[in-house]
Design a protein around this ligand. Structure first.
Ligand code: IMP
Ligand code: MG
Length: 174
């Protein structure tokens, strides 16, 4: 049995989300940005971020999946659900929960840039640079996390633990 241990509290997450939102608000005021969340993991972060930003913005989602389950997956990414909003000439901000190897966001940024948005940036709450496979430019980043599998605040292990309000590491229960 694995048991979650808190590494970043919900209070610290909330503070960081406010800081990111303030920065994003400054950069996007008057631009009616389109925030594209990557399902499922980013749904909690996106919900908090867009309310903290408190400027007119639109929301859409994609769902990407890499084959496999558990804490390791193959490198193949597939688009399971596309956006429904035309993005040509829009200011697009991709909102992700965690960038790990970088494959997921690299795939999405390439896919979206093909549709000629006015601008395309990436915001991730958590960054795990230790296993990066492909380079991705991250415009807004919350926390750098250690090389461990983390859950909570939307992040899961096989669909479990998304509901946890804090960011946790899973440890073997003694
Ligand atoms: P990447 O393509 O390796 O960057 O994988 C990013 C995706 O894998 C994220 O959108 C998460 O869904 C998932 N992921 C990567 N690391 C973790 C983790 O530590 N906990 C939960 N999900 C993770
Ligand atoms: Mg994800």
């Amino acid at each position: 049995m694995k048991k979650p241990r808190v590494i970043i509290t919900q209070e610290d997450i909330a503070k960081k989300v406010d800081e990111l939102a303030a920065e994003i608000r400054k950069d996007y005021r008057g631009k009616n940005p389109l925030l594209i969340g990557i399902l499922k993991g980013s749904f909690v972060f996106l919900a908090d971020l867009v309310r903290a930003m408190n400027i007119p913005a639109e929301i859409d989602f994609v769902r990407l999946a890499s084959y496999g389950s558990g804490t390791e997956s193959s490198g193949k990414i597939k688009l399971v659900k596309d956006i429904e909003t035309p993005i040509k000439d829009r200011h697009v901000l991709v909102v992700e929960d965690i960038v790990d190897r970088g494959l997921t966001v690299r795939f999405l940024l390439d896919y979206l840039s093909f549709r000629k948005p006015a601008s395309l940036k990436l915001c991730t709450l958590f960054n795990k640079p230790s296993k990066r496979k492909v380079e991705v430019p991250i415009d807004y980043v919350g926390f750098t996390v250690p090389d461990a599998f983390v859950v909570g605040y939307g992040l899961d292990l096989d669909e479990k633990f998304r509901y946890l309000p804090d960011l946790c590491i899973l440890e073997e229960q003694k």
